[in-house]
Design a protein around this ligand. Structure first.
Ligand code: 5GP
Length: 218
């Protein structure tokens, strides 16, 4: 990719509010543009094709991958998700930062395929708050919440791979921080107590899983 503003990758476990942060960046000005991912998962109530995701069949998704049309792709919770390269090209042409709201596996691929991208990991303030934010969506069942918490345990261990780590304890502050990081990039910003924070979060999630979700299938 040549010219244009650098893309920003936001990755985080479910329930951290990263999608909200991504949408706020885009709504607050015209220097960010949301990268609409392709996915094989069915649309949820309130989602619009071409706005939230491009909803495609498995056959179409596999064909796009085979054509090299994806900058990254991954299987998340049993469904395919990917970033069409043309999103990055369109953002670069318009001089805007493409905002990629993707999972940790996809972010690792972007490190190779789009090395100029700024990669930011978002942390939730606590495990209970994560469950609350996942639960708020209403569409997920208990087994699904447990599955996402188990994925979170794996994903949290990968915060180190990112340029920056931002704690989403206050939405306005988190959005402002991400904006500043993308605009002045350089250096590395992480909470001073990152290791301790991640350890505490994982302990809390393990406790929640064993106290409230022990009956759900692994
Ligand atoms: P959801 O189904 O809840 O919208 O998203 C599930 C997970 O897939 C989230 O972590 C979301 O960020 C991630 N995701 C969404 N789009 C993409 C994408 O294009 N690539 C990858 N690797 N992950 C994605």
């Amino acid at each position: 990719m040549t010219g244009g503003a650098r893309p920003v990758v936001l990755a985080a476990p479910s329930g951290t509010g990263k999608t909200t942060i991504a949408h706020r960046l885009v709504e607050e000005g015209d220097d960010f543009i949301f990268s609409v991912s392709a996915t094989t998962r069915p649309a949820r109530a309130g989602e619009t094709d071409g706005v939230d995701y491009e909803f495609v069949s498995r056959e179409t998704f596999e064909a796009l991958v085979a054509q090299g049309a994806m900058a990254e792709w991954a299987e998340v919770h049993g469904q395919y998700y990917g970033t069409p390269r043309r999103n990055l090209e369109a953002a670069a042409r318009s001089g805007r930062h493409a905002v990629l709201d993707i999972d940790v596996q996809g972010a690792a691929q972007i490190r190779e395929t789009v090395p100029e991208a700024v990669r930011i990991f978002i942390l939730p303030p606590s495990g209970r708050e994560m469950v609350r934010r996942i639960g708020l969506r209403g569409t997920e069942q208990r087994a699904e919440i447990a599955r996402r918490l188990r994925s979170a345990l794996r994903e949290l261990g990968r915060a180190e791979e990112f340029h920056h780590v931002v704690v989403n304890d206050d939405l306005d502050r988190a959005v402002a921080r991400v904006r500043t990081l993308v605009q002045d990039s350089g250096g590395m910003l992480r909470p001073e107590d990152l290791d301790e924070r991640v350890r505490t979060l994982k302990d809390e999630i393990r406790d929640i899983l064993s106290e409230d979700y022990a009956d759900t299938a692994r």
